[in-house]
Design a protein around this ligand. Structure first.
Ligand SMILES: Nc1ncnc2c1ncn2[C@@H]1O[C@H](COP(=O)(O)OP(=O)(O)OP(=O)(O)O)[C@@H](O)[C@H]1O
Length: 258
């Protein structure tokens, strides 16, 4: 599904910050929003999720946001917050995943089947009887992903899904994202981990001061020292190392070296 933004503007009352996107299209696949703190990434994600009252237009395959969401928010957009504590509210891990499916009035056996398979996919089955607040931060983040994956929405919006993840969980999330990309889902995520951005190799949208500063593949951005400096970002560690080693074409990820 294609998300088209036209003349998007948003300001917080009393704040000098203003989001300003004259035109932008999120195509199916993964787009990663990067940029310094306060660049406007979360605000853009909230606008696409219909969580703030913006000026302008956001269309989903030509249908405007409100009409799109009116057909059932839960199956249209899956959104995970930066802080899982803002999102989790059920008394057990199992109920947290089942909750959205129950709101869809799905038959009980289907709710059970989907909940169990999603918990299994995220490696959370052993915790299903626990209170979500007894999980580690890494597992809480995985649980927020599970709540939206179970619903199988067309659009996924993830605010820093890798934050606080341990290494195996990070690998698991990369694998899940690749599956979603292969299924043709539209995924927009925020990420501060440049190593991961380069490993994925998908489109990036660099934001600064509420605007788009760069839109394209990671290499075009990481090779542009001026843009990196202006946006206060460092290239992936592998890239920095291969520059130090004077490689003719510096590598962006370990996969490129092997
Ligand atoms: N509820 C709010 N009220 C007033 N100003 C806000 C509010 N939320 C965000 N802002 C301001 O809007 C600007 C953009 O914030 P936003 O959270 O979108 O940036 P971000 O790029 O996601 O940053 P981070 O990487 O730190 O999450 C910042 O200057 C922030 O202080």
């Amino acid at each position: 599904m294609e998300i088209t933004i036209k003349n998007l503007q948003y300001s917080y009352p009393g704040s000098p910050f203003s989001l300003n996107l004259p035109e932008y299209v999120f195509a199916p696949g993964l787009t990663t929003l990067i940029g310094q703190n306060g660049a406007g990434k979360s605000t853009l994600l909230k606008a696409v999720a219909g969580l703030i009252d913006f000026d302008g237009e956001i269309d989903f395959d030509g249908e405007n946001l409100q009409d799109f969401l009116a057909k059932g928010r839960l199956t249209k957009i899956g959104y995970t917050f930066q802080d899982p504590n803002d999102q989790l509210f059920n008394s057990t891990v199992y109920k947290e995943v089942a909750w959205g499916l129950e709101q869809l009035k799905m038959p009980e056996d289907e709710v059970e089947k989907r909940t169990i398979s999603t918990l299994d996919k995220l490696g959370l089955t052993e915790f299903k009887g626990l209170n979500p607040y007894d999980l580690s931060l890494s597992d809480k983040k995985l649980l927020t992903l599970a709540t939206v994956l179970a619903l199988d929405p067309a659009i996924y919006l993830f605010d820093e899904p890798l934050m606080c993840l341990d290494y195996p969980s990070r690998q698991l999330v990369s694998q899940l994202f690749n599956e979603l990309i292969n299924e043709g889902k539209t995924i927009i995520m925020i990420c501060h981990d440049m190593d991961w951005v380069a490993e994925m190799g998908s489109r990036i949208c660099v934001m600064a001061g509420g605007q788009v500063a760069y839109d394209g593949l990671p290499r075009g951005f990481f090779e542009n020292e001026q843009l990196l400096k202006e946006n206060g970002l460092l290239p992936p560690r592998v890239y920095q190392l291969s520059k130090m080693l004077n490689m003719a074409t510096p590598c962006l990820s370990l996969a490129e070296i092997q």
